[in-house]
Ligand binder design. Sequence first.
Ligand code: SF4
Length: 462
Amino acid sequence: MERFVSIETYEQWRTEARRLLGAGIAPSDVHFSTLDEQPTLFADTESVSKTARANVTVPKSFLEIAQTVACHQSPVRWELLYRTLWRLTHNEPALLQMVTDDDVHELHQMKKAVTRDVHKMKAFVRFRRVASALEETYVAWHRPDHRIVSLAAPFFARRFKAMNWSIFTPIESVVWDQQTLRYGAGVPASEVSDEDSLESLWKTYYASIFNPARVKVAMMKREMPVRHWQTLPEASIIQDLLDDAPQRVADMIERNEGFADTATKFLPPQPDLDSLASAVNCCEACDLHQFATQAVFGEGPRDAKIVLVGEQPGDREDIAGKPFVGPAGELLDRAFAELEIGRDEVYITNVVKHFKFTQRGKRRLHKKPNSREIYACRPWLEAELAAIQPHTLVCLGATPAQALIGRDFRITASRGVVQATEWCQRTIATWHPAAILRMPDAARKEQMFQEFVGDLAKANAQ
Ligand code: SF4
């Protein structure tokens, strides 16, 4: 007989799923609904024991993916999750590794959609000050595609820790009182305060960071969907800024600002790792190609779970044409050996592909790439990450961390912290092996090496 189970949250699904599993009820015999749906006429809602509970073990990765997929708005998500759970516990323990399986593929598609929605919420929510409030209070209105408020709210609580704020969406809302996040029902837009004192501040800020050299209207519409524009204070000035852009670009080029040149035009039309590796030697997007022996592209399997990103090739790498073959590479290999990670299991690359150096007699001394060179070279790294889509991204040192995590990143403050970035859900920064080698104090050097090994172990954890 078909059983009908009403579910709203991940926690409810988890409880019901354990009970259904404990009672041996197959996925084909159960229909999950949300509260909006009505039970079918002959639905059996009572016959599953309230106490039967399965003690099952499933991969941690399934629980992580289930929590994310539970936030998807698709009405079939609960059934998909239960079917996957059933299969994992009925002779298919390695199911999640079968990426071609229909259920696994659908799970990953839903996870990707939810993750992207969370990213957009973090990017597009703009708070407005409520003038009438006794305490300084801010509100924001947002229209996500999925039920993602609980996934995104901790980010806002960290970022705006010392503010009282509320975020309203049509589906649910959240309030932060500088101590606790409280979740509630959704609110229609008409009930949200439209105090605009924060808007003018935000407009000023937006105009000051707006770089006309990077304007791509189609991309702006894709990244900042037009339906979000009405809630963004800066939207009202975008057209003015766009109208101004050509003149401002010309001015910037004349002043030699704006990083107008990037490697994009040197990328092959349909880039994969092989075509990228051969195209990079033709790149002339910055001056570094004039002095280096050759470009040093990334190396490793295209399905690598871990991608390590360093700063730039060194003297030995420049000659060999391979990343991390010098002393820093030897230290990296020592760390890999401690963790029993094969060098051929990971993909290793750099932010900048040509060696930058200062000539001192016969020696070529490493010189840090500047912002213009990092910006120019970025399309190569972006194409590598897009081709591989790693499970974990490891930034070796401050340069890749600032390029991929954020300009304010400080390795001494945030080394070893796993965080989500637009490139990878698990992004972590650690010491650059060369920084460990340069440390003069032996005890500190050994300590940094152990921290480095610990961070790589964290990156390697599933
Ligand atoms: Fe091109 Fe990067 Fe080499 Fe500059 S460093 S020439 S951007 S590949």
